[in-house]
Ligand binder design. Structure first.
Ligand SMILES: [Zn+2]
Length: 112
């Protein structure tokens, strides 16, 4: 049961991964709703089990223990690997997400 991890690994809840997820997605992802493809559990990422070390973060489903996603930064490269995560849904600022449809599109006038 004891996996050998290089360095110190901290097992905490998903809130602790918030900073790294913020750097990755550019927005707070702790309240994003994640769907586990193995057990169909839907929960906020803050509810996931997080394993954090210097290289990155692994988020595990609290329902079945499967890896939802792995985010590592090593050797100047970042990787995001999806495991059992089948869906991720998060709120966006309405100012950054204009209404879909022609009503929000202003015709442009050419200056030529
Ligand atoms: Zn699960």
């Amino acid at each position: 049961m004891d996996a050998q991890h290089p360095g110190r690994v901290e097992r905490v809840d998903g809130n602790a991964a918030g900073g790294r997820l913020l750097a990755l997605f550019g927005t707070d992802m702790t309240t994003a709703r994640a769907t586990c493809g193995r057990c169909d559990r839907v929960a906020e990422l803050a509810d996931a089990v997080a394993e954090i070390d210097d290289a990155g973060v692994i988020l595990l489903c609290r329902g079945c223990g499967r890896t939802l996603l792995t985010h590592l930064v090593t050797g100047g490269r970042a990787t995001l690997s999806l495991g059992a995560l089948t869906r991720l849904e998060w709120a966006v600022d309405s100012a950054e997400a204009p209404e879909v449809g022609p009503a929000g599109i202003e015709p442009t006038t050419s200056t030529v």
